[in-house]
Design a protein around this ligand. Structure first.
Ligand SMILES: Nc1ccn([C@@H]2O[C@H](COP(=O)(O)OP(=O)(O)OP(=O)(O)O)[C@@H](O)[C@H]2O)c(=O)n1
Ligand SMILES: C[C@](O)(CO)[C@H](O)COP(=O)(O)O
Length: 395
């Protein structure tokens, strides 16, 4: 028998409300690139697809294009233009199925963008199960006892655990079966089915489970995201630490820029750019860990285009160099050395701004301050110094 043609639909139109970040979770930077880039790279490496589309929210085109730019050229070529999604996962899947219908696939695999660990073995089992049964999903045994409860937590029953499975994606189907089931559900306004096997069941089809993979978890909450990032980073082989140091003298003015935050003060800091001593030290700490020179090599002070430049440009460039090398920033730590202004009241705003510029979670950024007990230039209030450390993972 000839091998079946297999299409791929990846659903990525959700908002990630349970994770609660500024961006939908699939676009959050995770171990150096957006989460969805890991998912797509894994799927495209797993096999050749006869057609493949990613279903995205209409507001997310720029985020999606940025994520695609992190894929190897061959992987990008394997994907058709994205398909606009719907208000529910079910509606998004249906849109994806309609988008690949013209390719007349024998089989379709439907996968959540929020599951970044689909292996070739799992994909292989999914295709085989769809061929054998028509409708199938990966299932894993439960480690915990399960209770059925009412709205106030009263226990109503304890279903026998041995007969229960948690289901994952990729879910796999003979294409005409699942397209017809989704079309019928939409026509009959049944829109609350949370996975595609449920759609097939609703349509009267017999579905089967095949062996899932406990590592193929869905990123739903922030702890899931952190676990995914740790797992992806374990694949990166090298940890590097870099240091940065910078000093700027006070000049006339009424505010200083520190960590990308404007802090009212009796003076400004003098410099060719906006003189943000902390962002300069942080950028140098990253260049140092990369062994890619220093800020002056990338942004020569002799070049007039950097006169008065906002220093977030420098830190963003350094962070981008890490991503371009396939790495990730694990941690940034800055210590400001000054008698004044007081850093404490601005610390959280500074951490948040540095995290935003470098594309990190704020939990990976530390900002500290100290005086020199009135000794030296900082003690005499002649200027501000900053020491910084970066920790990177590189392939
Ligand atoms: N209208 C929707 C809702 C969800 N999804 C996708 O379905 C997958 C599984 O959904 P879930 O984990 O619930 O993601 P979100 O809907 O983004 O999360 P939340 O419910 O927390 O908002 C995700 O890849 C998500 O992007 C989708 O394509 N279209
Ligand atoms: C499809 C799914 O991932 C299977 O476990 C799950 O049902 C998605 O549910 P959600 O409500 O969209 O998180």
């Amino acid at each position: 028998m000839s091998s079946p043609s297999v299409a791929l639909v990846v659903v990525a139109a959700g908002r990630g409300s349970r994770l609660g970040a500024d961006l939908p979770k699939q676009y959050l930077p995770c171990a150096g690139k957006p989460l969805i880039a890991h998912t797509l790279e894994a799927l495209i490496a797993a096999r050749a697809w006869s057609a493949a589309t990613v279903v995205i929210h209409p507001d997310d085109h720029a985020l999606y294009e940025a994520a695609l730019s992190r894929l190897p050229e061959a992987a990008r070529r394997a994907l058709a233009p994205p398909t606009p999604g719907g208000a529910t996962r079910q509606a998004s899947v249906r849109a994806g199925l309609e988008a690949v219908a013209a390719a007349l696939p024998d089989i379709v695999l439907i996968h959540d963008a929020a599951r970044p660990f689909p292996t070739p073995a799992l994909v292989g089992r999914a295709v085989a199960a769809a061929e054998a049964h028509g409708a199938a999903a990966p299932g894993v045994k439960l480690a915990d006892t399960v209770k059925q409860v009412d709205a106030v937590g009263r226990v109503l029953g304890t279903p026998p655990r041995a007969a229960l499975r948690a289901v994952q994606t990729p879910q796999a189907f003979r294409f005409p079966l699942i397209l017809a089931a989704h079309r019928r559900a939409a026509a009959e306004q049944v829109g609350d089915l949370t996975d595609d096997v449920s759609v097939a069941e609703w349509a009267g089809e017999q579905a089967f489970l095949f062996e899932g993979d406990p590592d193929n978890f869905k990123v739903t909450t922030m702890p899931d995201f952190t676990a995914a990032e740790m797992r992806l980073m374990r694949g990166a082989s090298e940890t590097r630490v870099g240091q940065g140091f910078d000093v700027h003298a006070f000049a006339e003015g009424d505010a200083v820029w520190l960590c990308g935050v404007r802090v009212p003060h009796t003076h400004a800091l003098a410099g060719h750019s906006d003189a943000d001593v902390a962002l300069h030290a942080l950028a140098d700490a990253i260049y140092g860990a990369l062994a890619e020179g220093d800020i002056g090599a990338h942004f020569p002070p002799s070049d007039p285009q950097w006169k008065g430049a906002p220093s977030h440009v420098f830190l963003a460039h350094a962070a981008e160099r890490v991503r371009a090398r396939g790495g990730a920033i694990v941690h940034l730590d800055a210590t400001l050395v000054c008698e004044a202004p007081k850093v404490g009241p601005h610390r959280e705003a500074m951490r948040a701004r540095v995290a935003e510029i470098a594309g990190l979670d704020a939990g990976r950024v530390s900002v500290k301050a100290t005086t020199t007990e009135r000794l030296g230039f900082a003690g005499r209030r002649e200027g501000i110094a900053c020491l910084a450390t970066s920790t990177l993972r590189l392939p």
